[in-house]
Write a new protein. Sequence first.
Length: 317
Amino acid sequence: MGRTNDTAIPNTWHGISLDNGINYAEIGNGTATGRNIISGNGQLGVYIDQPTDVTIKGNYFGTNVAGLANRDNGWGSLFFRDGFNVVIGDSTQLGRNVMAGTCDVYNEGLITFHSMDSTRIFGNFIGVGADGETPLYVKRGIYVEYSNSRVSIGGHRPMERNVIANAEEDGIKLFRADSVIIQGNYIGVDSTGTIARGNAENGIFIADESSNTRIFENIIANNGQSAIRVSSAEADSNTFVENYIYDNSGPGIFIDAGSQQNIAAPQLSYVDLSEILHGEAAPAAVINVYADFGAQARYFVGTTTAAATGDWSLPLN
């Protein structure tokens, strides 16, 4: 990008390419003067092979200088392969990365993690502008593949949440990934959590042997299909608790036949005169009960555990 205007001055390939085991690199430093605008390149914004201890914060990827309009990199913003201890973003306003654009050929997501460990992405705007509201085009948000453990997306504190919005496909997709944590993000809304900025397909798509995923404390709303979809016979032990799921076009949580050991969903049978819910589920299953319309889950009611017979009950407080 030009320094004083929005004219793209592209590199033919990547904006930044670090190969063959880069250690202790920093791209951006979380200040306005340290911000990089990495946009308009022919392939990736940043490609890093075998990274260790890499920090990326405070940059604009695939946007104009103001961070309010698309200036796509041709293949996506970030691609990481075969590394660990990468941190993208931080919990300050200036440390936030703003990301937008397409992904193609080389990159399955705007941000792709391939065989990464001990990696964290938090506090970023993906698919909204630097103001947290302006919609920006994204093909697919975050894509995690063949990663074995400790990839974390978001966090418990408000400034650790990622906003993941406006994707043409899924907000987040996992492919043969294990033990990914997705916590505290706004998926399908703007940074205030009040304006619809849905992804066209699923908020989160768990596919092809992805297991042991923990998804909790997120808002997942306004998506064109489901908030969370699990679609693989080998996908198992994925947990979804205390998320706020609403106004999605499909079911809030959709589990394809054969996924999650093909365990049947809990059933609500009746409410007695003492306002106690009663139902049936798999023996010893943990039941999280929500209230909403249309197979959504906006309001968390409570948690209980099924007996050995499969019967469960939960008082309404």
